[in-house]
Every structure is written in structure tokens, then in C-alpha cells.
Design a protein around this ligand. Structure first.
Ligand code: AMP
Ligand code: FES
Ligand code: ZN
Length: 309
């Protein structure tokens, strides 16, 4: 198989990948150029960020968010990193993920902010799960949302970028469509605009599959954590991803159509998001829809209470 882009330029180069959903075969150099150009086009077309933004990339140590940080920097965006160490010791998951984020931070010569859940709570996610009986993923989501917003605002960032990819977004969309959860459908956007006390959040990788981000990391020699989070095994999203991969194999382009046609055709027909009035948390000052204490501080109190009893 020959690279299509090289062929168009009258050259002959062996392709290293065929992307059936774009009907495109590319060599190494053309893949890297295609990836970065497509990322920049997505950002500009959707008005996600500009070169004037001070961007914080939430990096997990995985391939998607590290590829995003690297590519944004190469494209000339000003982007720093934030890693939240969740305190997952099984197979050294958290320490290894953190190391990967540190390595890229040094390579890019950009700062990496680190938040340690164990320092905040005295325990990591698995122990917090045992202590409070709350599902690990919901604790993890609460803590990540809280610190991503707090660290970005406190340090003057105008925008947070996450590494959610096409596979993530399609699996989420599929799952909420199955139950016609309209409120969640309304929130399924690649950009969550800034509002009182909440920084703008963008997902620039929505047009890329996991495999494309993986290949970008391999070709750019970005070291990332290979293992999935040990607490996420058996999660429904993984089942949906496998199912959707089978559909994609039979009918290439399904994922892109499902996601982008939703954004273009269905989302505009949905009612606007009803944003409940926001208040400042009486403990930490972060915005919350509760009248008094935010969900994070309530969780912190619950942990303290459980430790005392
Ligand atoms: P996930 O929910 O694990 O699929 O992650 C989605 C996105 O959230 C990643 O691409 C990152 O941008 C961000 N993220 C996940 N885990 C962390 C973490 N430990 N620290 C900072 N950002 C994270
Ligand atoms: Fe959140 Fe595993 S990444 S529980
Ligand atoms: Zn609070």
C-alpha cells in the first residue's frame, strides 16, 4: 500500500497506516502532518481556543492527553499540564502515569502541576471507595472535576483541554441515547463555555480515534502508560467501545457520522441547557449549585466522619 498524499505530490512512499473511515493511506511524515493539520482545523472550525489562550491540558499519563499536549505545543499553542495523582497503587498505576506526564513536561519544557489525592485526603481512591462505599469512578470524577477547575482558575488559565477522543465520546453518546437521557444529551458538547467560576473546557481530540492518538504517540516517541486504570475493568463504556468497534469494522465512518451528525443535526434541536443558579461554597469558595457546601467539600466531610466512626 502506497501513501496517498505522496502519490498526489508525484512521489512514492510506503504507507504505514490505512484509515478506512477517511479512505486514506499515509506514510509516517504524511500521517504526522495530517494529524496536526486536522487538529488545528478542528480547533479553529469549532472556535475552541486561540493562540492567545493560556491552556491547561489535563494529562492522565495516557496516550490521548499526552498526544494532545505535545501536538498543541507543536502547533504553537501555549499549553501547560495538570496531573492528578489518584493514589492508585495497584500495579503502580498512579506513580507510573505521573512519571509519563513528568517526562513529557520536561521534554516540552512546560510546567506540570501535580495534585496528590493522598495528600488531600490521607488516602487514595481505592481506600476512599472502601471507606465511603461510593463507586471509585464517581469519587474519581468528582475529585478530577474539582481540581481541574480550581487549579486552572487559581493560576490564570483561560481554558482547560482534555484528551477525550472519538471513541470515548461515541461510547458516551451511545450510552445516553440508549436511555434517551435528554439532560445528558444537551450537555454532550465539545466545548463547555466559561461561566461564573467555571473555566472553559474543550475536547480538541473529538475527531481522532484512540488508534490515531496511539500512532501519533508512537511516531513522536511519546512515552505513555499502556495499562488501563485497574479500577475501570468491567465498566460499561468498555463494552460499548468494543461493540461500536465491530459496527465500525462493518461500516467504516459510522463513529464519525454518529458523533458529528449529532452535533450538527440533533443538538441544535434540543432545548438550551437550564443552568441552576450558582453560589460560592461556604467552605472552599468554588462555585456550586448547592446553597451551602459544594459536592467536593461534602465528600471531604463524609470521609472525615467515616474516619471518626
Ligand atoms: P478518562 O475519563 O479517564 O477517560 O479521561 C478523560 C480525560 O480526562 C483525559 O484525556 C485527561 O484529559 C483527563 N484526565 C483523566 N485522568 C486524569 C488525571 N489523573 N489527571 C489529570 N487529567 C486527567
Ligand atoms: Fe478514575 Fe480509574 S481513572 S477510577
Ligand atoms: Zn467546597
Amino acid at each position: 500500500m502506497k501513501c496517498r498524499r505522496c502519490k498526489d505530490k508525484g512521489k512514492t512512499e510506503k504507507a504505514i497506516i490505512f484509515l478506512p473511515h477517511h479512505n486514506l493511506s499515509l506514510c509516517k511524515d504524511c500521517f504526522l502532518a495530517w494529524y496536526e493539520k486536522r487538529l488545528d482545523e478542528t480547533i479553529k472550525k469549532m472556535d475552541m481556543i486561540t493562540k492567545k489562550d493560556k491552556i491547561m491540558v489535563a494529562v492522565s499519563g495516557g496516550k490521548d492527553s499526552l498526544a494532545l499536549w505535545y501536538a498543541l505545543t507543536r502547533l504553537g499553542y501555549e499549553a501547560d499540564g495538570l496531573y492528578i495523582n489518584l493514589g492508585i497503587d495497584e500495579r503502580n498505576y498512579s506513580s507510573t502515569s505521573g512519571e509519563k506526564a513528568e517526562i513529557l513536561s520536561k521534554r516540552l519544557n512546560r510546567p506540570l502541576y501535580v495534585i496528590e489525592v493522598k495528600k488531600q485526603f490521607g488516602k487514595g481512591i481505592p481506600d476512599l471507595n472502601k471507606l465511603t462505599k461510593q463507586p471509585a469512578c464517581s469519587i474519581c470524577g468528582l475529585i478530577k472535576r474539582y481540581f481541574i477547575n480550581k487549579v486552572a482558575l487559581e493560576n490564570g488559565y483561560t481554558c482547560v483541554a482534555t484528551g477525550h477522543n472519538l471513541d470515548d465520546e461515541v461510547a458516551t453518546l451511545f450510552s445516553i441515547t440508549l436511555s434517551w437521557d435528554i439532560d445528558s444529551l444537551i450537555r454532550q458538547l465539545p466545548i463547555l463555555p466559561e461561566k461564573e467560576g467555571f473555566v472553559r473546557k474543550v475536547k480538541p481530540l473529538i475527531g481522532f480515534t484512540e488508534k490515531e492518538n496511539l500512532l501519533y504517540c508512537l511516531l513522536q516517541r511519546i512515552d505513555y502508560i499502556r495499562e488501563e486504570c485497574p479500577l475501570s475493568t468491567g465498566v460499561k463504556t468498555i463494552f460499548y467501545k468494543n461493540l461500536l468497534n465491530r459496527v465500525e469494522q462493518k461500516s467504516p465512518g459510522t463513529k464519525l457520522r454518529f458523533y458529528f451528525n449529532f452535533q450538527k443535526k440533533l443538538h441544535p434541536l434540543l432545548p438550551g441547557q437550564i443552568i441552576p443558579p450558582l453560589h460560592s461554597c461556604s467552605i472552599c469558595g468554588q462555585p456550586t449549585t448547592s446553597y451551602d457546601i459544594c459536592a467536593f467539600c461534602r465528600f471531604k466531610q463524609r470521609v472525615k466522619h467515616s474516619l471518626q466512626t
